[in-house]
Design a protein around this ligand. Structure first.
Ligand code: 4NP
Length: 145
C-alpha cells in the first residue's frame, strides 16, 4: 500500500507478481495493491510509473488504482506498507500482518520508499530499482515459508 496507488504500490504489485511468475510461483500468491487516498480510484497507474516499469521490462498498463477498504485489510494475509505513514494507517485500520517494505531492502538508508510523484524519470527509475530489490527479497522470504 502507498498513498495514491498510482506510483509505488503499483510498481511493487506488478514487479512482485512478475517475479513470482518467472520463478514458477505465480500460483502461490495473490497480489493486490491499494492507496490511502481515493483521488485516483479507477484510473491507471501514473504514465511515469508505466514508463519506468516498461524500461525495466515490466508491464504496468493493466493497473487500476484502488483505495484501501476494511475488506482489503481483513482479506490479505500480508499488508506491505511502502512508507511509515502507510504502516500507521494500516495499523489504525486494524491490520494484523503489517510489514514495512524497506525491511526487505538491505540497501535502504531511509525506512520510507520515497514518494516519486513530484520527481522525474530518474527519480521513478531509482524508486523502481529499490522496489525491485525489496520484491526479490520478499519473494525469497515468502517462498521459504
Ligand atoms: P504513490 O504516489 O503514493 O506512490 O502512488 C502518489 C500519487 C498521488 C499523490 C501522491 C503520491 N497525490 O497526491 O495525488
Amino acid at each position: 500500500m502507498c498513498l495514491g496507488n498510482i506510483c509505488r504500490s503499483p510498481m511493487a504489485d506488478v514487479i512482485f507478481r512478475e517475479l513470482a511468475e518467472r520463478a514458477g510461483l505465480g500460483e502461490r500468491f495473490e497480489v493486490t495493491s491499494s492507496g490511502i487516498g481515493d483521488w485516483h480510484e479507477g484510473q491507471g497507474a501514473d504514465p511515469r510509473t508505466i514508463a519506468a516499469l516498461q524500461r525495466a521490462g515490466y508491464d504496468g498498463s493493466a493497473h487500476v488504482a484502488h483505495q484501501v477498504t476494511p475488506a482489503d485489510i481483513q482479506s490479505n494475509d500480508l499488508l506491505v506498507a511502502l512508507d511509515r505513514s502507510h504502516e500507521r494507517e494500516l495499523d489504525a485500520m486494524g491490520g494484523k500482518n503489517v510489514v514495512l517494505f524497506t525491511d526487505y531492502d538491505e540497501l535502504a538508508t531511509d525506512p520510507d520508499v520515497s514518494d516519486p510523484y513530484h520527481s522525474d524519470d530518474e527519480g521513478f527509475d531509482a524508486v523502481l530499482q529499490q522496489i525491485e530489490r525489496g520484491c526479490r527479497e520478499l519473494l525469497t522470504q515468502l517462498s521459504e515459508r
